[in-house]
Design a protein around this ligand. Structure first.
Ligand code: CIR
Length: 265
């Protein structure tokens, strides 16, 4: 059973009304709240359809980007690490996530100031934890994660998020023990040497942020050529609408923390 994509649990958070004030690199329009909520419900339903138990947290109006729970923590089989988001408006989200994690984990570690690291920059594979430096994640943050996870037996490898890309995982996703879905621009850096790489189709780079969750590959809808490649490669693809989260640079991984807790809640 794979530790890197087999999960019994997930945590998601309802989108807040304040999401219209969420961070975005480029303004492509205001997210439609009702449609965002519908997509979010479809996403949670997809997670639950695999048999996983999903904890759905209440919306946090004070934190417009708090629906993107992945950035606040890293959940591993041995314990959880509370991140330190590099976006000033998101810094407080990490501490707010900690009590929920404590429901599932006895061993919780925290990234302390002055370092920054966000979950969107972290790709956990079967053999290592890859972390991209970005506008949100510093080398110091990666070093702090290394120190936090070394006695759990993890190897943390620093890589580079392409310039102009929000997070490392904006451009890549784990598909199975040995396979990564990646944009060509990210794979060209050579950071996936030793893995099998499937490229997103030309012009479909925006579906690089997909998740493998138990038997499903959950990807944003609207990327038919990449979906076909994954289908032909033998993956069970589930498409979920993501047009509104995409306006805030959000994809499939950002909307959940996925894990198998070491202690029964
Ligand atoms: C942000 O800029 O922080 C949010 N608007 C989007 C966060 C997306 N998170 C992720 O990819 N893990």
């Amino acid at each position: 059973m794979s530790r890197s994509y087999t999960f019994s649990h997930a945590i998601s958070r309802q989108p807040s009304q304040s999401i219209i004030k969420g961070l975005r690199a480029v303004d492509t329009g205001t997210p439609d709240l009702a449609l965002f909520a519908q997509h979010h419900a479809d996403y949670v339903a997809a997670l639950r359809s695999t048999g996983a138990e999903v904890t759905l947290l209440d919306a946090l109006e004070d934190y417009p980007d708090s629906v993107f729970v992945e950035d606040a923590a890293l959940c591993l089989p041995e314990g959880a690490v509370v991140m330190r988001p590099g976006a000033p408006t998101r810094l407080g989200e990490a501490a707010i996530m900690a009590p929920t994690l404590a429901h599932f984990y006895e061993d919780i570690r925290t990234i302390e100031a002055p370092d920054f690291i966000e979950g969107g920059d972290i790709l956990t594979t079967e053999k290592e934890i890859l972390v991209g430096t970005s506008a949100r994640t510093t080398s110091g943050g990666i070093e702090a994660l290394r120190r936090a996870t070394v006695d759990w037996g993890y190897t943390v490898r620093e890589v580079t998020t392409p310039a102009g890309v929000l997070h490392f995982k904006t451009d890549c996703s784990l598909l199975d023990e040995e396979t990564i879905l990646s944009t060509k621009r990210l794979a060209a850096s050579g950071c996936f040497e030793g893995y099998r790489v499937i490229h997103t189709a030309e012009g479909e780079e925006a579906c690089g942020n997909t998740i493998r969750f138990n038997e499903l590959v959950i990807m944003p809808s609207g990327f038919p050529r990449t979906a076909e490649v994954l289908d032909k490669a033998g993956y069970t693809v589930r498409e979920v609408g993501n047009s509104e989260a995409a306006k805030l640079d959000g994809g499939m991984s950002c909307l959940s923390l996925r894990f198998s807790p070491p202690k029964p809640p």
